[in-house]
Design a protein around this ligand. Structure first.
Ligand code: ASP
Length: 310
């Protein structure tokens, strides 16, 4: 039994590991861990308090995939709900579809009994307005709502180190079943309706008990273009080791030179619960992990595959 996560998963990894210890499934553990991150008001990259889009609205994305059945559920650009990961789980378990976005996802959340969030962020309006005023020299950010040239401003969402971030969880339970989960508010100041990799099945996350699982954080556009999580699992299928498969999937990201605006961190678990991570920057891949025998999570570094293009 083991849980691995991105470092912002530290607020939920103990609860996720405890769930496994109590005999809960990998799917339960991933949902339990991610719900804690979604409620961590200090984390501006996940949950309703995450950085909003360019119109000041938080649009959230999430995905959960059960490696036992290869069933999956995802929601994109959902607004006003505290736990996109639980809505995604509902999609996986209750619908014949696997991916809902925007109003449809919100309608489904309500039908599933999720209450609309009552949380009002005391700081975000000021953060947003200050950013828009300083970056765009626009006195009244509300005027953006009527703009017909928002697209020209989409380059604002270019700094994922400052306004990006996502949480990834992968768990393997006592039955050897693996689950991956991803949740994010996506890039801050993004174009309305923009989806990153996080809810995109095979890009932001993928799990298959037979080989392993993977998930990504960072520049979602790259992971969508490379199909990163699924590629990594397919590399495992071909017989590569976890280190080789992670390195190869990270290298694939570095083959993408056009419209390149940032890097990616990939975390991966083998079918046996081994774990590793890769990063397209100078820094090594990084993740945390915990087993029921441990009192606290440990941080582990993986491979750096620095991008060498221009
Ligand atoms: N991958 C996320 C996205 O593209 C953002 C991030 O992890 O920084 O929306």
């Amino acid at each position: 039994m083991i849980v691995m996560a991105t470092s912002n998963g530290d607020v939920g990894i103990c609860q996720a590991t405890e769930a496994l210890k109590q005999g809960k499934t990998a799917v339960d553990a991933v949902e339990i861990g991610i719900r804690e991150v979604e409620l961590n008001r200090k984390d501006r990259s996940v949950g309703i308090h995450g950085y909003p889009n360019i119109l000041g609205v938080a649009e959230l994305d999430a995905l959960i995939m059960d490696g036992r059945t290869r069933n999956v559920g995802a929601v994109g650009a959902i607004k006003g709900y505290d736990h996109p990961i639980s809505v995604a789980r509902g999609v996986m378990e209750k619908l014949i579809h696997v991916f809902l976005v925007a109003e449809g996802a919100e309608r489904f959340a309500s039908e599933m009994g999720h209450a609309k969030s009552t949380y009002e962020d005391p700081e975000m309006r000021d953060i947003y307005e200050k950013y828009i005023r300083e970056k765009l020299d626009i006195d009244d950010p509300n005027t953006l709502h009527d703009s017909t040239e928002l697209w020209k401003l989409s380059h604002l969402a270019v700094d994922p180190q400052k306004a990006g971030g996502t949480t990834n969880f992968i768990a393997r339970d006592g039955n050897g079943d693996i689950c991956v989960g991803v949740s994010t508010s996506g890039w801050g100041w993004k174009y309305p309706g923009r989806l990153g990799d996080s809810p995109v099945i095979s890009a932001g996350g993928y799990a298959d008990n037979r080989y392993g699982a993977a998930a990504c954080t960072g520049t979602g556009e790259l992971c969508i273009r490379a199909g990163t999580a699924r590629s990594l699992v397919t590399y495992l299928k071909t017989g590569m080791t976890l280190v080789e498969a992670t390195t190869e999937a990270t290298k694939d990201l570095n083959e993408l030179t056009a419209q390149r605006i940032g890097g990616v961190n990939v975390i991966a678990m083998g079918a046996d619960g081994s774990h590793y991570s890769g990063n397209t920057g100078e820094a090594k891949g990084r993740h945390i992990f915990m087993t029921p025998e441990m009192d606290a999570p440990e941080t582990v570094e993986g491979v750096a595959v620095p991008y060498e293009g221009s």
